[in-house]
Structures are given as structure tokens and as C-alpha cells.
Design a protein around this ligand. Structure first.
Ligand code: AMP
Ligand code: MG
Length: 415
């Protein structure tokens, strides 16, 4: 035996089975500890909605930046209107107008008023707005029957946003209205968490490209389009290597992509054509191989250079489950999002018992029927249609034998 082949054999786990499996908990801990620190980048406002703020934003300006009228009417000196009643009306002389963006440049002296529109600057000397509907216009004068208090209908500088105030706190996923606020305080770009670059490597010599008709002994790739959608949902920048045959050289090349996370579909187990675990062990680190869960137990993960690499089983149900449990968490965390699933959790009554084996976590797909749930009876992980028939899933913990008929269980809903 040459030294090279004995070296390769050291990493060869094929056909030996899994010596021991990691628990789901250990695996999640490995992910959390293996994630690199978040990177940020400057993102222009027009592309910032949906991005995660990396740095809180403090306003440098007051909004509004000047005293402004909050009603259409007349800017007056409040004291001039003191004592106005229907029996003792007060007349003021209108000396000009203030429009939004076009201030009245003069000064309002006692006995004077300036016509003002909502949003227009309050002229010097005035300190209140008399609403248009409360005054009578008589040629160049207005007559009021009511008094106004100082500051009435006057927006004060900084009343909306004060200079120095924290307007948005990191980490926050920016909403469209946040973008509006940022723009109004003169911010044109924000520091956002970099979206993780996630590369999908789909392996399997039997696979036909996504969307093509299955033919002969070939099957059509279901996992790539599913994984790409899941990654985008979780805030990742998804790319695809295309379909790679079960050939170590070609797979290794695809793994070397310049990305943060590589997700491999297929060939993750210990079969003769399952090259990926060995490749990872040889050229990087295979830190986890085999997890005590179902489906998706022949899953693996490790590092290759700076990349995190996830090896998902090719079986589409296992692939989805493995993504949901592990890859999605890594993508979300690396993008500054929470580790929580993007699924709503609700409690439902079980219509039939749900059996699970002690010693592994079960991802049990369930159907909603008349406001209750029933487990989807599938023999093994291979039923592709079960993923679309299911309304959600129940996670049965390792130490549980499942749940009796009639018990209340938490369901994660796909919609
Ligand atoms: P593997 O994990 O490569 O052993 O594949 C397990 C099973 O899933 C096999 O029946 C494969 O043909 C099937 N499979 C592998 N990759 C895909 C894929 N991308 N889409 C659909 N089925 C797949
Ligand atoms: Mg395969």
C-alpha cells in the first residue's frame, strides 16, 4: 500500500457505517461555535429594505428642522387673539403668505397675520396658527372669534426626530418605512450585515437538471431549486454549482467556491459513491458525521478553509429536514437574523398517536385536519410528495417515545 492510499483510507468512512452519531443538540452547538463573526457593508438606501442593520443609526439633524405650520390657516401672535369671542371679534392684517419651501421673509408685528399652509415655516414673530375655518376673511384682513394658545398647530424643531437621537437600533431588519425615515434624516446608505454567500453543490450521477422530464433510470433534481429557495428565504445569497456527477475530483472543485457556506446535496452517507465526507475529512475537517435524528441522519458538516460545509442527504425529505435543522440556522445567524425558525408555532390536538424512537429526534410531518393534526404515514424519508402534503412538522425530542392520541403538541407550520 502506498503512503498516499493509506492516507486516503484513513478518511474513508465508506461502507463502514456510522460508528456513533452526534446528538442534534451537539450539532447545533457546533454550528453556533463555528460561525465566523458578522461582516458588514455599506448599502445604499434603495437596496436596504429587508437588510439587517449592523450599526444603529443616530440622527444628525432635527426633524422638522424649523418651526412649521401643522394646519392651513394664519400664523399669528397668540397674544393678539387673547379675548376674541363672537361678541368681541379681533381683526388682524394679512401681510403675506408662507408656503412649504417658500418662507415669508418678513416679521409678524402686533396686529398682523400671515397666511400659512401645512408644512410651511412659521414666520418670525408668530407663534401659533389660527385654523382657516375659524376666521372670516375681509379683503386684506382676517377676523377671528376665537383665541389661540401659543404653539397651537406649530410643529417644533426636533419634535419628530431630535438631533442625536437613535432612530434605528441594530440588529434590525429594515422595513420600507425605515427607509423613508432614514432618507428624511439625510442618510443615503447604511451599514448592513453582509448577506452570507451560500453555494449549492448538487451531486448525483443519476440526476437530470431541475425542471427536465425524468427519463429512464434518471431522476430529476428536486433539491437544488428547493435549497436555493430556502437559502434566499433565510437571507442568503444563493449560487448553484449545477449538477456534479459522483466524481471526487469534480466535487472537490465545486466545494472550493469562494463563499461562506457550501451546501452539498447527495452522497453524504457511507455508501460506495458517497465521496463527500471523505473529501471534506481529507481536505478540511469533517466535524460531524451522522446525527441522531430522523430523517436526515446521514448528515455531515465541517470546514474547508474558511467555508462551513454542510453535507445533506440526497433524499429530498432528508434534505429539507437537514436544511431546516442546521443549514438554515447557520445562514440566518451569519446574516444577522435570529436563530429561530421562520415558521409559526401553534399547539394542536393529535388525532392519531405519533410514534417515535427513543434516542433520536424526529421531524414528523403532519397534516391539519378539521383543526387537529394527524401524522403523515410514510415509510421512511423517501416520499417526496409528503413534503408538499404536510402542513407542518412536529419535533419529537430524543428522549420521547412519541405522543398519545389526543395530546396537545406544538406544530411548526410551513405557511
Ligand atoms: P444519496 O444521498 O446521494 O445517497 O441519495 C439518496 C436518494 O436521493 C437517492 O435515491 C437519490 O437518487 C436521491 N437524490 C439524490 N439527489 C437528489 C436530488 N437532487 N433530487 C432528488 N432526489 C435526489
Ligand atoms: Mg447519491
Amino acid at each position: 500500500m502506498t503512503s498516499h492510499s493509506s492516507h486516503a483510507q484513513k478518511f474513508d468512512v465508506r461502507m463502514r457505517g456510522f460508528a456513533s452519531r452526534s446528538t442534534v443538540k451537539q450539532t447545533l452547538e457546533w454550528i453556533d461555535h463555528s460561525l465566523p463573526s458578522l461582516q458588514s457593508e455599506s448599502v445604499p438606501l434603495e437596496a436596504a429594505a429587508g437588510r439587517v442593520l449592523a450599526q444603529s443609526v443616530v440622527s444628525e439633524v432635527n426633524v422638522p428642522g424649523f418651526s412649521r405650520g401643522m394646519m392651513d390657516g394664519f400664523a399669528v401672535r397668540a397674544e393678539d387673539t387673547l379675548g376674541a369671542t363672537p361678541y368681541s371679534q379681533i381683526a388682524l392684517e394679512v401681510i403675506g403668505q408662507s408656503l412649504p419651501g417658500e418662507a415669508f421673509e418678513g416679521q409678524v408685528l402686533p396686529g398682523q397675520a400671515v397666511r400659512i399652509m401645512t408644512g410651511a415655516p412659521i414666520p418670525t414673530g408668530a407663534d401659533a396658527v389660527l385654523q382657516a375655518e375659524y376666521v372670516e376673511i375681509r379683503s386684506s384682513k382676517i377676523v377671528t372669534q376665537t383665541a389661540v394658545a401659543p404653539r397651537k398647530h406649530v410643529g417644533q424643531p426636533g419634535e419628530d426626530i431630535a438631533a442625536g437621537a437613535t432612530v434605528l437600533t441594530a440588529p434590525r431588519t429594515l422595513r420600507p418605512q425605515d427607509i423613508g425615515v432614514l432618507s428624511s434624516i439625510g442618510v443615503a446608505a447604511v451599514e448592513a450585515v453582509q448577506m452570507p454567500r451560500v453555494h449549492v453543490v448538487t451531486t448525483g450521477s443519476e440526476l437530470l437538471p431541475a425542471g427536465s422530464k425524468p427519463q429512464g433510470y434518471n431522476i430529476t433534481d428536486a433539491n437544488s431549486p428547493m435549497l436555493l429557495s430556502l437559502i434566499r428565504r433565510d437571507g442568503g445569497l444563493a449560487t448553484h454549482a449545477g449538477i456534479i456527477p459522483d466524481d471526487p475530483q469534480q466535487i472537490l472543485k465545486a466545494l472550493m467556491a469562494d463563499v461562506d457556506i457550501v451546501v452539498v446535496s447527495g452522497g453524504s452517507s457511507v455508501g460506495q459513491e458517497d465521496h463527500v465526507p471523505m473529501l471534506l475529512a481529507e481536505h478540511g475537517e469533517l466535524n460531524i458525521h451522522g446525527v441522531a435524528m430522523r430523517p436526515s441522519s446521514p448528515i455531515g458538516m465541517g470546514r474547508l478553509g474558511k467555508r462551513l460545509v454542510f453535507l445533506l442527504p440526497g433524499n429530498p425529505v432528508s434534505c429539507l429536514c437537514g436544511y431546516d435543522f442546521f443549514v438554515g440556522r447557520a445562514v440566518r445567524l451569519l446574516g444577522g437574523l435570529g436563530r429561530d425558525w421562520p415558521y409559526r408555532k401553534r399547539s394542536y390536538r393529535l388525532q392519531r398517536k405519533l410514534i417515535s424512537m427513543v434516542g433520536r429526534v424526529d421531524y414528523a410531518r403532519v397534516l391539519l385536519v378539521d383543526g387537529e393534526i394527524e401524522p403523515i404515514a410514510t415509510s421512511g424519508a423517501s416520499v417526496l410528495s409528503s413534503t408538499t402534503r404536510a402542513d407542518g412538522f412536529v419535533v419529537v425530542p430524543e428522549d420521547s417515545e412519541g405522543y398519545a392520541e389526543g395530546s396537545q403538541v406544538d406544530v411548526f407550520l410551513y405557511d
